[in-house]
Design a protein around this ligand. Sequence first.
Ligand SMILES: [Zn+2]
Length: 213
Amino acid sequence: MDEVLNQLKEGVRRFQTEVYPASAEIFTKAASEAQHPHTLFITCADSRIDPNAITSTGPGEVFVTRNIGNMVPAYGEMLGGVSAVIEFAVSALKVKHVVICGHTQCGAMHALLKPESVTALPTVSNWLKNAHAALGVAKTLHERHVRDGFAEEAIDVLTEQNVLLQLQHLKTHPSVAAAMAAGELTISGWVYNIGTGQIEVAEDGQHTFVPIT
Ligand SMILES: [Zn+2]
């Protein structure tokens, strides 16, 4: 008796009997043509984020890749899954926009601030190096904010700085740089607030995040 697997199977049955029939037209259309997503959405693996729900998108619209801390290794640093997804989405699928979406209460950001919490997780510790530059900037900014009387938490500053750093890394990928130079691709950084549903956006070149209202 595998309780979790049974729970998942029950979910599949509900999908097949309730969700699929209600949107059968959308699913059969999606299957009848090649995918043509308009957006590559890079976000954290955190189970509380639902990219389709928060953007009101359906099958075929958003190409998604997720990892711990919504990171994009700079090109050449770690050529692997993330780099391949970016190249495929931009050069083959020709997405028009790339979102890097961080979020509040991110375990990866917490681990960056408290590295001793992940000493038993060597692979995670190594992966977090992709955000070390953001950690340096965030610490400096946070100290300044505290001096100036802002009540901002260090983890919130780091979450934003991490998204901005990953946008910089994204631009080091040749497919992205070429598509942006051709005016065929734009990018933005988001922070999703899990508790309130609010999303703040830094458009390319901006260093501050503005709520979507
Ligand atoms: Zn996270």
